[in-house]
Design a protein around this ligand. Structure first.
Ligand code: G1P
Length: 293
């Protein structure tokens, strides 16, 4: 069995949900406390055993490449000032070996993954989306890789969401269940409100066999007029089993404003350096707000 050593991180989206801040800054560079969201995703991939990561970028995404590159001037300055803790933080990002490819036009998630096909070749691979950060004892992607190793099949990470939110996700229609793993009848991208076959939502972590590219190749247009990854998964499921795995861990939605603010607050509260002060600040702000209303 071939092992999963390569991962694709699609980062070509326009970030319209965060305009105007994403006009000149990639949404993947928005910070959660002091690290850009994409660094959490890269760290999860590495902790899951991934050795090669390709980031699919697009127009206006240079800052991502710069973040994972050396900044010699900055490193020298930190060295001179003996700020070794900061130097270590800065170096973590620059020591990760990443590859980049550009999606020339935004045509959807399925198309972005397809853009990396030559880098993947004939191997199983992972996909991690940047809108979800996962905090778990065993990294989210690692849990899926373990399922792949057991089943030698593609596996999609899912978690339950409230019914009224199903229209924002890819949703699976499960048949049988074994522990946390489901066999799946159908994968549906963003079902209309009230029509979702379950509340198990795809959470931006996937392991695929390379056969997925047969279906991405078709460039079939799906929900929202885009080439959808979920549609290719649905077709792959007719050829080979694609499992859904309800992974353990807390998932943070950083792809929309409220989720992003909440994640920042929660991570700030857990932060060793500023956590206590942030807790005081939150209480103080809530009290002030109460007096005002
Ligand atoms: C994408 C996928 C969707 C998945 C979601 C998870 O949608 O197409 O299946 O549930 O990510 O965050 P997007 O949020 O990019 O529209």
């Amino acid at each position: 069995m071939k092992t999963v050593k390569k991962a694709i991180i699609p980062a070509a989206g326009l970030g319209t949900r965060f305009l105007p801040v994403t006009k000149a800054m990639p949404k993947e560079m928005l910070p959660i406390v002091d690290k850009p969201t994409i660094q959490y995703i890269v760290e999860e991939a590495i902790e899951s055993g991934i050795e090669d990561i390709i980031i699919v970028t697009g127009k206006g995404k240079r800052a991502i490449e710069d973040h994972f590159d050396h900044n010699v001037e900055l490193e020298e300055t930190l060295m001179k000032k003996e700020k070794y803790d900061l130097l270590e933080k800065v170096n973590y990002a620059s020591n990760v070996d990443l590859h980049f490819i550009r999606q020339k036009e935004p045509q959807g998630l399925g198309h972005a993954v397809w853009c990396a096909r030559k880098f993947i070749g004939d191997e199983p691979f992972a996909v991690l989306l940047g809108d979800d950060i996962v905090k778990a004892e065993t990294p989210g992607l690692r849990q899926l890789i373990e399922q792949y190793e057991e089943t030698e099949s593609s596996v999609v990470g899912v978690q339950q969401v409230p019914k009224e939110e199903t229209h924002r996700y890819g949703i699976v229609d499960p048949s049988t269940m074994e522990g946390r793993r489901y066999q799946v009848k159908d994968f549906v991208e963003k079902p209309k409100p009230g029509t979702a076959p379950s509340n198990l939502a795809i959470m931006g972590r996937y392991v695929f066999t390379p056969e997925i590219f047969h279906y991405l190749e078709k460039h079939q247009i799906g929900a929202g007029g885009e080439i959808q990854l979920t549609d290719a998964i649905q077709q792959l499921n007719d050829l080979q089993k694609v499992y859904a795995y309800d992974f353990e861990g807390k998932r943070y939605d950083v792809g929309e404003k409220l989720g992003f603010i909440r994640t920042n607050l929660e991570f700030a509260l857990q932060n060793e350096e500023i956590g206590e002060q942030v807790a005081e600040l939150v209480n103080q702000l809530a009290a002030e707000q109460k007096v005002r209303s």
